[in-house]
Ligand binder design. Sequence first.
Ligand SMILES: Nc1nc2c(c(=O)[nH]1)N[C@H]1C(S)=C(S)[C@@H](COP(=O)(O)O)O[C@H]1N2
Ligand SMILES: [Mo]
Length: 179
Amino acid sequence: MLLPKGQYLVKDFIDVTIEDTNTKTSNDLVLVYKDKQTILSHNQLLNLIDTKVNLDMHCVDGWSVLNNEFEGISLGKIINIMGVLNFEYIGLESNGGFKSFIYKDDCTDSFLCLKLNGNVLNKPRGFPIRFIAPKLYAYKWVKYLKKLTFTDKKPYGYWENRGYNARARVDLQERFEKD
Ligand SMILES: Nc1nc2c(c(=O)[nH]1)N[C@H]1C(S)=C(S)[C@@H](COP(=O)(O)O)O[C@H]1N2
Ligand SMILES: [Mo]
């Protein structure tokens, strides 16, 4: 078993959630591109699943949890549904207001996770939807995903605004902005 540089193995996910998750809202996902807004229900999303992959998750603080099966909807499919043509970034926002973003270059293997190890995502892991960017540190894997925005303007990111790397590629150890 090979861990990326600077990472150590943990047996299970360590819950990292900085925002309040008790606010009750719908499980809908809001997609925004320019002046267009599309809303998809959780049932609609479950019917769009096209991706199933075993992945390792690496927290930028150093812990890694290996080989869990994530299932969901490829970003390519979402882009088709939305008719997205041009964008530089995807802004990610959770139900409770946690924010991150990814660069267009990092979106080819990204997806919206709805199931983990064969079951609908549970609350601690981010039900109803968790964003997954396989090659990026876990602060890009936004739980409780509520809103996704395709944009040319660099979005706000909670950790990115606190010195963490805007790109966050694990293989390049992009942990902090100077890396
Ligand atoms: N909504 C939300 N998503 C989040 C976070 C968060 O605080 N809020 N923390 C991130 C960080 S820093 C990590 S390491 C992982 C932890 O995932 P886990 O709680 O499933 O172990 O979630 C990421 N996604
Ligand atoms: Mo993290």
